[in-house]
Structure formats: structure tokens, C-alpha cells
Design a protein around this ligand. Structure first.
Ligand SMILES: Nc1nc2c(ncn2[C@@H]2O[C@H](COP(=O)(O)OP(=O)(O)OP(=O)(O)O)[C@@H](O)[C@H]2O)c(=O)[nH]1
Ligand SMILES: [Mg+2]
Length: 214
């Protein structure tokens, strides 16, 4: 059974969501809980805010614990209600993160292309998700954010080859379950932000019939 925190149950009830992870048709809403994860300052909140259609804020206001948005969209003739959890990347919130990961159907795993250690942290995030969801992985799309700051190869702190090798390693690991894609995004310009969410939903919908336990 999927466990939602009390507040989430109340929200779902109040919205009279008809279908929860059922065969989707245009008349049913498929509710998907997804998470933005990755190290502090990589742009998770900015990506969520951009996806919700709001203006980018250049000031860094670290997320305290977690933040949350809901968005309804139609994709491939199916109606979705996305419950988007945006989890702080700061280590001081490590102990509470696992609470938010439970019942998650997919993750946007974000690193900052201009900060190398945020790329090196990706494996730890994958590990945390697997432990918390007690699955051998949930669909993941890796996002190299802040693409607007990359004016030349010198600005990139992670090479194309390293990223390709990392994605290929994840695809070996999750072979037969789902395909991991890599997308370069900019929360500032909005580049590829919609695309990133769409890609994740498509991965989740392919994976759902195959999943063993969530
Ligand atoms: N140039 C540029 N700046 C960005 C982009 N995304 C985020 N930023 C900036 O990076 C800083 C951190 O962004 P946040 O969205 O707060 O990062 P976060 O991952 O939510 O950080 P935590 O909540 O601490 O985990 C802010 O100053 C943003 O304005 C981007 O795509 N391009
Ligand atoms: Mg944040």
C-alpha cells in the first residue's frame, strides 16, 4: 500500500481524485508523487518554480526541509496530477529526507554543471532513494542544471564523457526496468524544464507495469 503523510491524504480527498495509479484514460487522473533531489544549491527549487510558471529568483533561499507543489497536466492523452516534492540538499536535513522519499514514483536527480562535487554526490542520492523506497530503483532523469552559465567548455566542471559514462552505468544497473536519460536544463531561462518533467512521467508510465514493489 502506498503511504502518504496525513496532509497528503487530506489533499487528495479534497481534490476528489478518481484514479490512483490505475489504467489511465483522459477521464481519470493519475496521481504521481515525484521528487527533486540533489545537492544544495543545484537549482531544485528553481526548477520547480520554473515548471510552475513562476519567475526565477536569483537569490538563494535554501529549502528548509522540504517544499511542495501540485501541477495538473495532460500528456500523451492522459491526465496527471503531479505531487512535486522538492527536498533540501543540505546535509543537516539528511535524517528527515527518507520520510519524503516513501511512495515516490520517480526522481529528477539534479546537479549543477558548474559545481563538480554536486555531480560526485549523485550516487549517494541514488543510494538514499533505493534505501528509502525499498526498491531496486525508481525511474530517474538526471538533470545537468544551470546550462545558461555554460558559455564554453571551460565553464563545464564535468565533461561530456564523464556524464555519458555515468548515465551508461546507471542504465546497466537498471537494465530491463527503465531507461535513464540525461537532460541539460536551465531554471533561469526555462530551457528543457518542461521536457525534463515530461521525460520522467513517460519513464514512470513505462515502468509502472513492470515494478515489483513500491
Ligand atoms: N544561472 C542559474 N542560476 C540558477 C539556476 N537554477 C538555480 N540557480 C541559482 O542557484 C541558487 C540555488 O538555487 P535553488 O533553486 O535554491 O537550489 P536548491 O537546489 O533548491 O537548493 P537547496 O534548497 O538548498 O537544496 C539560486 O541563487 C538560484 O538563483 C539556473 O538554471 N541558472
Ligand atoms: Mg531548494
Amino acid at each position: 500500500m502506498i503511504k502518504f503523510p496525513f496532509i497528503m491524504k487530506a489533499y487528495i480527498n479534497s481534490k476528489r481524485v478518481i484514479g490512483l495509479i490505475m489504467e489511465p484514460t483522459i477521464s481519470r487522473t493519475v496521481v504521481l508523487k515525484i521528487c527533486l533531489i540533489g545537492s544544495y544549491g543545484t537549482g531544485k527549487t528553481s526548477l520547480r518554480v520554473s515548471y510552475m510558471g513562476n519567475r526565477h529568483n536569483r537569490n538563494y533561499l535554501p529549502t528548509v526541509g522540504t517544499d511542495f507543489s501540485v501541477k495538473e497536466i495532460v500528456l500523451d492523452s492522459k491526465k496527471f496530477q503531479l505531487l512535486i516534492w522538492d527536498v533540501s540538499g543540505e546535509t543537516r536535513f539528511e535524517s528527515i529526507r527518507s520520510l519524503y522519499f516513501q511512495g515516490v514514483y520517480g526522481v529528477l536527480l539534479v546537479f549543477d554543471q558548474t559545481r563538480r562535487e554536486s555531480f560526485e554526490d549523485l550516487d549517494q542520492w541514488i543510494h538514499d532513494i533505493e534505501i528509502s523506497t525499498q526498491t531496486q530503483g525508481v525511474p530517474v532523469v538526471v538533470l545537468g542544471n544551470k546550462s545558461d552559465l555554460i558559455l564554453s567548455d571551460l565553464d563545464k566542471k564535468v565533461s561530456k564523457e564523464e556524464i555519458e559514462a555515468y548515465i551508461s552505468g546507471l542504465n546497466d544497473r537498471y537494465e530491463g526496468k527503465f531507461e535513464v536519460k540525461y537532460i541539460e536544463t536551465s531554471a533561469l531561462s526555462g530551457d528543457n524544464v518542461d521536457e525534463a518533467f515530461k521525460q520522467l512521467i513517460r519513464e514512470i508510465m513505462e515502468w509502472l507495469p513492470k515494478r515489483k514493489r513500491i
